[in-house]
Design a protein around this ligand. Structure first.
Ligand code: SF4
Length: 339
């Protein structure tokens, strides 16, 4: 395994504190970075005399912030570490702070170039996530020097160009017609297989930590099979629970109501629910519903296999509606945004 270091945007934090002069700040991060928060908390207090509250609830992405809770918690602003996008502030109180793994991508890029040449691919789209944000352009330049036509796609909304989320592949699909394959920079099968399914292009995950190029197609095929199987299982359901999320960026009420209407027209019994963390354990507590459709994070339904009943995403739900109507299910992944 290669030597890597995590660099948190402390300068960003310093500047924001000096400018905003908060008395107390909230700190939150995805699970993998939680341990860094303790040291960061001590540093902030020592350097600026600012009190901190570490928020231990999950923060799965920029869809999962706490702007609405800031006042109640008595903090003046929140630093969300490790989910940076193209803008620094999201919502009224949250600042997105960079946390990047400074791995050297050149060895794994060399491997990728070799593989691309062998496979006959000369043009690629390059995508990544926030943890490698500042390395994306250098990687594209490196590939070009090696004779590969490499490019990144324009992002949607506040994401940076070339960035993907687990549910948003706009920057990849933007260049779908111009490239033969995609390279995902980072160690995330979760994002890579999303790129593969959303673009239907050969996709390779470039893992700089293990210096490994992974062809993600077999895993994506398995993932797709399971997602389709869930839709077929839900065909036997008579009663449906449609779940809306109260998470800040995961409330898609319009889609939930649309699905409810569609299913009711087809004679199904439908109950609306709201739930923040959609887990197998939570749903187990409720009997009397044959299948759920969650309109929150599409990956909750597709990446978890421990639910005791079918749990579909919005797009899977729409595929099911088409089946009920006697139509083709359609490609439930053929979207830039999976909600
Ligand atoms: S995949 Fe889920 S957790 Fe990630 S950004 Fe999308 S809704 Fe949020």
């Amino acid at each position: 395994m290669l030597e890597v270091s995590l660099v948190i945007g402390r300068d960003q934090i310093d500047k924001i504190i000096e400018r905003e002069k908060p008395k107390r700040v909230g700190l939150e991060a995805p699970d993998g970075l939680l341990d860094h928060l303790l040291r960061l908390s001590q540093e902030i207090t020592k350097k600026h005399g600012v009190e901190t509250v570490v928020l231990l609830d999950n923060t799965w992405g920029t869809c999962d912030l706490v702007n609405f809770d800031v006042k109640r918690l008595g903090v003046d602003l929140v630093f969300n570490i490790g989910h940076s996008i193209g803008v620094e502030k999201l919502g009224r109180h949250t600042y997105l702070i960079d946390a990047e793994y400074r791995a050297d991508f050149r060895p794994v890029l060399d491997r990728a170039v070799e593989l691309l040449r062998k496979s006959g691919y000369s043009s690629v789209g390059v995508v990544t996530i926030s943890n490698h944000k500042s390395q994306l352009d250098a990687a594209i330049e490196y590939l070009r020097q090696k004779g590969i036509e490499a490019q990144k796609g324009e992002a949607e909304g506040p994401l940076f160009d070339g960035q993907v989320f687990g549910c948003n592949f706009h920057s990849a699909r933007k260049i779908i017609g111009d490239v033969q394959a995609f390279l995902f920079m980072g160690q995330s099968r979760f994002h890579s297989l999303g790129v593969c399914l959303s673009t239907r292009k050969p996709t390779f995950m470039l893992d700089p930590f293990f210096n490994e190029v992974v062809n993600i197609a077999p895993e994506a095929a398995l993932f797709e099979k399971k997602a389709i199987l869930s839709i077929y299982k839900a065909r036997d359901a008579r009663s449906f629970g449609i779940i809306m999320s109260l998470k800040e960026g995961q409330l898609f009420r319009k889609q939930a109501l649309e699905l409810k209407q569609e299913l009711e027209k087809l004679g199904k019994v439908v109950q609306l629910f709201s739930l923040r963390e959609i887990t197998a354990q939570r749903l187990k507590a409720l009997r009397g519903i044959d299948a759920f459709i969650e309109t929150a994070c599409p990956r909750v339904s597709m990446d978890n296999y421990d639910f005791d009943r079918p749990v579909l995403s919005y797009q899977q739900g729409m595929g099911l509606v088409r089946l009920f109507k006697g139509q083709e299910m359609g490609d439930v992944f053929d979207y830039s945004f999976w909600v």
